[in-house]
Each structure stands twice: as C-alpha cells, then as structure tokens.
Design a protein around this ligand. Structure first.
Ligand SMILES: [Zn+2]
Length: 236
C-alpha cells in the first residue's frame, strides 16, 4: 500500500489580495508545484490508475475543480513549466458560461478551450448542474449523467470517468450510499472523489470515497507541506 495524497484546487489569481479560500495566488501555486518537483513526487492521471496495483512511493494527484478560465491562464502554464500532470473536473452545464452556482464572477472554459488543453491535463466529470448528490433522487442523478455524456458525445471531448462530487457531497448513510454507488457503476464511473482531507492508500479501499486535500489560498508553504504529509490539520 502506498500513500496517495490528492490535492484539490479551485481558482488561481495573479492578485495576491485575492489569495484566500478557494483562490490561490499564482506565485504560491508555482512554489507548491516547484516543491513537488524538488521533493521528487510523481504525478498521475486517474486513467493511469485504473489497471495499476503499484505506484511510485512518492506519488501525488493534482486536481482542479470547475474548469474556470483562470486555471487555463495561470495553472496550465505552470503544469507545463514543471511538467506535472493534473485532472480538471468539468461542471458540464456551465461550459462557456460562468460559475453561477457560486459567485458568478468566474468564467468557465468553453468547449474549444477544453479541447485545446495540454495533454498534461486529464478531464473528468463534475456533474452537469453542480448540485449536491445527497439531495437528488436516483432518477435525477441518472438524468444529470445523461446530460454530461450527451455533451461529451456531441463535442467529441476526451473525458475520463473520474467524478469529483460537487461540494464533495454524496449520500453517506445506508441504504442511500449503496444506491448511489450502484448509480455510479451503472454510469461507468471508475473513481468518485469526496473531500475528507485525508491521505488515501493506494490501491484504493473504496474507489467511490477517494479523499482530497483542500488547498486554501491562505496556506503557508509550511502548511502546504504538512497537508501533503498528513492531510487534515488539527494543529493550526
Ligand atoms: Zn465545483
């Protein structure tokens, strides 16, 4: 079993004063990427893990939610510069629009922008409506998947069936949890990602409860390094 931290990012900004919560300053992101390279971490796409049993001892997965245009402007060039892989999760109903489930201030990439992304970026699912799965019926979840797959088919977009749950939310209690996992399997979802802020063990014990570490704009480098090692922080 190998430790596998999965980092979760959202927005990237070139304005240091914006750096809090879901938004990370681009120079801070560069420092973090630079650290991953210097420390000898190997990055993976989820598609590479499907048939793998072992990974490098020092492994990490980098993820970005919501495919905002700021990720294209600031994160993608850094992934290229440091030759790191990452997975970007698409809320399909908002492609080419804005993040109206949130502030509505961030532009979401268009189909063309998504298609032209560097091969270091793997695309994954982040639902159509960006609703909480725990609040939806089985039929509503299936309908949401159908809308995503229709866009993928019509646009010829290459998307791997790893799914980041909007808000990290999914039914945690039985019988709803088992029903939800069956819906995911029926829709051919290979990996499901919650938040949880803990380090996973690979191979995953449960591929539908994979945990991610929330990297925040205000995190210092020390805090970043500790999160990478320990996940959830109770000391700070
Ligand atoms: Zn989201």
């Amino acid at each position: 079993m190998t430790r596998l931290p999965i980092l979760m990012y959202h927005n990237v900004s070139n304005v240091i004063d914006d750096s809090r919560g879901l938004t990370v300053f681009n120079k801070t992101l560069e420092e973090q990427f630079c650290y991953l390279v210097d420390a000898g971490y190997t990055t993976y796409h989820f598609s590479e893990l499907e048939n793998k049993i072992t990974i490098e001892p020092k492994s990490v997965i980098i993820t970005f939610d919501d495919v905002t245009e700021n990720q294209l402007i600031y994160a993608v060039p850094l992934l290229q510069k440091y030759n790191l892989k990452a997975t970007f999760f698409i809320p399909f109903g908002y492609i080419g629009n804005v993040d109206s489930w949130n502030s509505g201030n961030e532009k979401i990439m268009s189909i063309e922008q998504l298609k032209e992304l560097d091969s270091r970026v793997e695309l994954g699912l982040h639902s159509f409506e960006h609703n909480r799965y725990a609040a939806l019926s089985e039929a509503e979840i299936n309908a949401d998947f159908s809308k995503c797959f229709k866009i993928i088919e019509n646009s010829n977009l290459k998307v791997y069936n790893a799914l980041a749950y909007p808000y990290g939310d999914y039914p945690k209690k039985e019988p709803n949890k088992s029903i939800f996992i069956k819906v995911l399997q029926k829709n051919n979802v290979k990996f499901g990602l919650r938040i949880g802020n803990r380090i996973n063990k690979f191979p995953f014990k449960n591929p539908y409860e994979i945990m991610r570490i929330d990297i925040k704009g205000e995190d210092s480098m020390l805090k970043f390094k500790i999160k990478l090692l320990l996940g959830r922080l109770k000391l700070f």
